[in-house]
Design a protein around this ligand. Sequence first.
Ligand code: 5GP
Ligand code: SF4
Ligand code: MG
Length: 465
Amino acid sequence: CGVFGIYAPTENVAKLTYFGLYALQHRGQESAGIATFDGDRVHVHKDMGLVSQVFNENILNTLPGAIAVGHTRYSTTGSSRKVNAQPAIVETRLGTLALAHNGNLVNTAQLREELVQQRCNLVTTTDSEAIAICMGKAVDDGLDWLEAAKTAFRQSEGAFSLAIATPVGLIGARDPVGIRPLVIGTLETTDDTQPIRYVLASETCGLDIIGADYLRDVEPGEVVFITESGLISERWSDYSQRKLCIFEMIYFARPDSVMHDESLYTYRMRLGHQLAKEEKGVEADIVFGVPDSGIPAAIGYSQASGVTYAEGLIKNRYVGRTFIQPTQHMRESGIKMKLNPLKDVLAGKKIIIVDDSIVRGTTSRKLVKALRDAGATEVHMRVSSPPVTHPCFYGIDTDSQDQLIAATKSVAEICEIIGVDSLAYLSWEGMLKSTGQDPKSFCSACFTGDYPIGVPDDVKRSKLM
Ligand code: 5GP
Ligand code: SF4
Ligand code: MG
């Protein structure tokens, strides 16, 4: 999911949030929502669909205020339904709170059960609503906004990056290991009498689009509270050890987002360099990436290996989610709605295709067939991450373990199944070394099964073989 928050009196916060969400659309395409606070009054609009489908100018005009949070969702817990769209809204003694969550709790069932026992009214099936209700309950028990938030965070186990709006301020927080990213930006104001305007976003691309400057990350185990008196920061957890999701870096986040002072485009290009360095030897005429996510690594591979880079596949940039099923004829002929091979580039060529990851292997198999049909004589696949062998419990929707091709098949078997002449993955060490950071500061559990946040057995059983 994508989260966005803004504290900016005198600005059109609904519009700024709309554009922030627009830049974070890749993080979730199922539903989108914005809640704004205009004094004590809250205004909410959320629905199924893309940001551009859910909002228009008229709807944004119904969302006045100085504080806003927004969300783009793809479901990991809770079904894909309108009622589960965020921000989650909860009424409290001190007024309404609106919460936008990215990540996935591992103790949702237990938390929900506790809330039901305390006669709390659960409307949705999401972990995010559970956090919001815990916070609301703590407010009703007498705590102020910040203390109530901290109480709710301490009850929550798993991955959470949050933007929470209240009538008086904006709260940002991350779980103690910081699995999902969350950054703070500032928006310049020409009016010195105005306080600094702060922005929260899942990724820096959400700041860039509204002209906000990156200030810093919200730290793992940190909570920030932004009000008319400025920004205060507190640690809500004694435990904190950085474990950023490495999948954010190799695939999920946008390539123009910056992490560790460089764009992910640059990191992904370095993954391609590393892939080429680890290459055991293959002869090819051209190399290209599977659009869009494989492209930076393919460019890096080309630079380091000397193999010519050429586009062999063109992506239809306007294919979003379509609910219209293709016709039987289209399905049978393996029609490429998203990716179309360039026959004259591919004909008679030995090619290397680079992708960021193989999850189920279904996309890769279809793609390889399409490349051969277009005339490629040899197809060699290189993957800029190691084999995905374990499911994610922290908010990336990889399937259960039995759906992950590398969980049950060797590289040689996968090579055969997807129909390539050779297949090689990047080493785990190479992936981590290329970050330039302490390798221990990342979660890479989907490649190792070494989960940094304990997952209860019943939750584990639901996805592990
Ligand atoms: P596969 O060959 O496993 O079917 O598909 C691999 C492709 O799926 C890669 O190009 C990768 O960019 C993309 N991918 C990796 N993880 C995810 C995910 O969690 N969700 C979606 N929709 N695509 C993913
Ligand atoms: Fe990211 Fe994989 Fe860890 Fe999930 S298990 S948080 S996808 S690195
Ligand atoms: Mg891809």
